[in-house]
Design a protein around this ligand. Structure first.
Ligand code: B3K
Ligand code: ZN
Length: 898
């Protein structure tokens, strides 16, 4: 175990307002890669709402202190130390100038100021600003910033920072400068600068109130041909926030800058969003339909932060979901509206299904392990470890529940009140809840538990039909089941669960809904029950026939529903439910149940077989041309191996893989003709179109191809895939064909066709890093065989000249893809995957702790696996715990071993 003392735990309960406030900040940068000088002049005053402190404590990391002056005079009582700077006995109100030096060229953490591809970039959230200058680097300290950048004009022709450009000009010695001013007060985590050789796609638009806005997407010159989609996404985001929430862009200029070395997706710095290239650059040849959709979502997300996060920010980092959960909800709604408008429920459901898949696979797993935490965590060691699925995705579900309870209009009223009360402030999740409650005249005290309780709630359902009385009662019981210890200690009482339900008659149509005590049936055939007690019965009256319940429609709450449907009932729901989400859900339940039974058999070596009725249910979806292609693709996609393994009493990735492969093969062989017909019918010949319809066709066609690659005789699939690979005019089709070729030959240890396509792919896209990432990822996630374990391929690729551990995208494309997205190969019984994981976590820890900590999380569920795997994982975790240095990784592995 660790040989150093337990690192400090930061607790929500310990929040205290800052002793000092900083009203204005003037920053001057002399940008030099190895030695950047930063001069920081602040207007400081005592905080009237805080207890008195004679010393002024500023945060700082990896800085070389040069000097301090107070009100223009040198200040002798400044002491620099490991965590920052202490100024003794300062006045009540003063101007402080601090000069310090940092080394962006050597900054591999990608937090603070760093160099990537010869250009300067910053990343300050959560605590990176203190790596640039000494500061009160906490979100409740808000100041207006003026920024002067000076640098060599030849090397750094473009100089950007937040807000509006005040002036720019030349300096002696081939240098130049630019001065920027951000008129809005902001916390330091929203500061940004960019300097380098960049070009921009520009567009001028008029905002809702008629003001001119300059929009720019900045990239390296050779990427200018991949910026159109990001620009369109930005324009659509601006329009959407105006029409759906009445929120206008508040700056004259809005910039997006792409950088290839970046720890996460993107960052919402005020007026100067910095993006991972992965979420900006796209054209049909290099980006898949999924990439296009992700770019739209992330551009939207960062833009929407301008109000939810920037204009109203977080009081402290425990409130992170205040901005993240809300902004994820907003980006999900934006994408749904872009796909289906407000009314096309089927198109909206596609987005909903994708989001719920992610939530269930990733957030439910997080809730089941040692990192389980509430949406508003109570404590942390390293805040960067809490940018989690719980804070983001469950946080979004919590926001969605307000809208489910109050409707779109009620939600909008709540948002309006939130901005009216809190614009320009740093606030808490409680403030948001109170705004929603007050705008809708409701007491939402119980709803607070969604923020404070960890773990995935379980709702079990019992139903009873009384034919004589025509009454149908639905009894709901809530609890958490047997949850992880980290979650259990937070669970205090029942939640307010909006539980949407419909009742379906024998003909497949919805029945009218009238609850006991109501005068008549409601207009809608979906009802949101407000389920608030541990157990509660809802009785429907005038129910003429025994219905089949459609439960938790549109996934109205982030819970697990337990109800004993028969296979026939699930097949019926899959064919008839008017709620498209629940149609999909019925198919998933059916498949999950079948797959788990088969996985159980696989562990005992019993031969596997699949019931014909399951094949028939899938066949109906496959051949139902009245369903949209994108819905069919989602319905025909089996639950992922990771999700299935997580459902087993003891996770057994090999058994899950065997079961899932068996079912895929069985469906492929039994429905061969149908898959072929679908493949032909949904081709999209001609020029590439980026519409949701066209992408739905491609998705379904490529799913068919992937099933065909499972055929006992894959020759036909290989022929189709090769032809598709060669003829493809877009990355969606080309990468799907390559993946089919790899998988079709996996059982036989590879094929000439697959190798040729791989080589061709590399040559063709050698100059496109994002596509080469796909090349690595496709190989890392491919199916393996006993003769050809994927770990050997991965180890070989680690030595490939294009591999680079320092670039997070590249590290993720190979290492994370293998460790987190190829469970059957990663969890090899011989422990080879775990040994590899340990090596890489240790190597990354020394380079980039945030990225290392993400990778470290891939073993956190170790206690839930079979004994052999469990032992191997523990040994690997112990090895990592004994060697890593960063607070980031230590928190993860120590919690895992706990
Ligand atoms: N707010 C940033 C995430 C920062 C992560 C810091 N480790 C991106 C986003 O959620 O929009
Ligand atoms: Zn965000």
């Amino acid at each position: 175990m660790a040989d150093t003392a337990t690192p400090n735990v930061i607790r929500r309960a310990d929040y205290a307002p800052p002793a000092f406030l900083i009203d204005t900040v003037a920053l001057e940068f002399d940008l030099v890669p190895q030695r950047t000088v930063v001069r920081n002049t602040m207007r400081v005053r005592r905080n009237p709402d805080a207890s008195h402190a004679s010393n002024f404590e500023l945060m700082g990391e990896q800085l070389e202190f040069v000097s301090a002056t107070i009100d223009g005079a040198p200040f002798a009582h400044a002491h620099a130390h490991e965590h920052g700077l202490t100024l003794d006995n300062v006045p009540d109100n003063f101007e402080l100038t601090l000069t310090s030096i940092c080394n962006p060229a050597e900054n591999t953490t990608l937090s603070g100021l760093y160099v990537s591809g010869g250009n300067f970039f910053t990343q300050c959230e959560a605590e990176g600003f203190r790596r640039i200058t000494y500061f009160l680097d906490r979100p409740d300290v808000m100041a207006t910033f003026t920024v002067t950048l000076r640098a060599s004009k030849a090397d750094y022709p473009v100089l950007l920072s937040n807000g509006n450009l005040l002036e720019e000009g030349d300096l002696p010695d081939g240098r130049h400068f630019a001065r920027w001013e951000d008129p809005f007060r902001k916390p330091s985590y929203l500061f940004a600068l960019v300097a380098g050789k960049l070009v921009a796609l520009e567009e001028c638009v008029k905002s809702g109130s008629g003001k001119e806005k300059l929009l720019q997407v900045w990239v390296e010159p050779h990427d200018l041909d991949k910026t159109r989609h990001a620009m369109d996404s930005l324009i659509n985001s601006i329009r959407w926030d105006e029409s759906r929430f009445g929120l206008e862009l508040d700056l004259d200029r809005f910039m997006i800058v792409a950088v290839s070395d970046f720890n996460m997706g993107a960052m919402e710095n005020k007026g100067l969003n910095i993006f991972n290239t992965k979420y900006v650059l796209a054209n049909p040849e290099t980006a898949t339909d999924t990439d296009f959709a992700n770019i739209e979502a992330v551009v939207g997300h960062e833009y929407f932060h301008n109000w939810t996060g920037n204009r109203v920010t977080c009081r402290d980092w425990f409130q992170l979901s205040l901005k993240e959960g809300l902004t994820v909800f907003r980006d999900q709604e934006f994408s749904a509206d872009m796909a289906g408008g407000a009314t096309d429920e089927a198109a909206r459901a596609t987005k909903r299904i994708e989001d719920v898949r992610v939530l269930r696979q990733m957030q439910f797993a997080e809730d089941a392990g040692p990192m389980a935490h509430p949406v508003r965590p109570e404590s942390y060691v390293e805040i960067n470890n809490f940018y989690t699925m719980t804070v983001y995705e469950k946080g979004s579900e919590v926001v969605r529940m307000y809208q489910t309870l109050f409707g779109r209009d009620g939600f909008r009223k709540g948002m309006d009140l939130y901005f009216k009360r809190h614009d320009g402030q740093a606030v808490t999740c409680d403030d948001f809840r109170h705004a929603l409650a007050d705008a809708n005249g409701r007491d939402l005290a119980q709803f607070e538990r969604w923020y404070s309780q960890a773990g995935t709630p379980r709702v079990s359902v019992r139903t009873k039909y009384d034919a004589a009385q025509q009454r149908y009662s639905v009894t709901l019981t809530q609890g958490y089941g047997d949850t992880a210890p980290a979650a259990r200690e937070t669970q205090k009482g029942p939640l307010l669960i909006p539980f949407a339900i419909g009742l379906i008659g024998k003909d497949g149509h919805d029945l009218p809904l009238q609850l006991e005590g109501e005068a008549r049936a409601s207009d809608s055939t979906t009802r949101v029950l407000e389920f608030t007690q541990t157990e509660q019965t809802f009785t429907f009256v005038n129910v003429a026939q025994e219905p089949l319940p459609s439960l938790l429609r549109n996934f109205s709450a982030p819970v697990i529903v337990e109800y004993d449907y028969s296979a026939d009932q699930l097949a019926f729901l899959l064919a008839h439910d008017s709620d498209p989400f629940n149609r999909w859900e019925a198919g998933q339940r059916l498949a999950t149940r079948e797959l788990l039974t088969l996985a159980g058999r696989a562990t005992t070596g019993v031969p596997l077989q699949l019931d014909d009725s399951v094949v028939a249910a899938f066949a109906r979806v496959l051949t139902d041309e009245t369903l949209s292609p994108s819905f069919r693709e989602l319905a025909l996609m089996l639950p992922s191996e990771a999700y299935l393994a997580e459902q087993m009493a003891e996770s057994n990735p090999a058994a899950v893989h065997a079961a899932r492969q068996f079912v895929r093969k069985r469906l492929a062989n039994a429905l061969r003709k149908d898959w072929l017909a679908v493949y032909e019918k949904h081709r999209t010949p001609g020029a590439y179109e980026a519409t949701p319809e066209a992408s739905g066709h491609r998705a379904l066609k490529n799913l068919a191809l992937s099933y065909l690659a499972e055929l006992d005789d894959p020759a036909e699939a290989v022929r189709l895939a090769s032809a598709q690979y060669d003829a493809a005019n877009n990355m969606t089709d080309r990468s799907a064909a390559l993946s089919a070729l790899l998988n079709a030959s996996a059982a036989n240890g590879g094929s000439v066709e697959a190798q040729q396509a791989l080589d061709d792919f590399y040559r063709r896209f050698e100059k496109e890093p994002l596509v080469i990432d796909k090349w690595f990822a496709l190989q890392a996630t491919q199916r393996g065989s006993a003769q050809r374990p994927v770990i050997e391929i991965v180890r070989k690729l680690m030595a490939h000249p294009a591999f680079n551990l320092k670039n997070p995208n590249r590290a993720r494309s190979l290492i994370f893809s293998f460790c987190a997205a190829n469970p059957a190969q990663f969890h090899a019984e011989d422990g080879s995957g775990y040994a590899f994981w340990a090596e890489q976590v240790i190597a990354l820890d020394a380079i980039n702790p945030q990225v290392a900590a993400r990778l470290a999380r891939s073993l956190e569920l170790w206690r839930r696996f079979t004994p052999t795997l469990r032992d191997g994982m523990r040994a690997a975790l112990e090895k990592v715990a004994s060697q890593v240095k960063s607070r980031d990784v230590r928190e993860i592995v120590e919690k895992a071993l706990g």
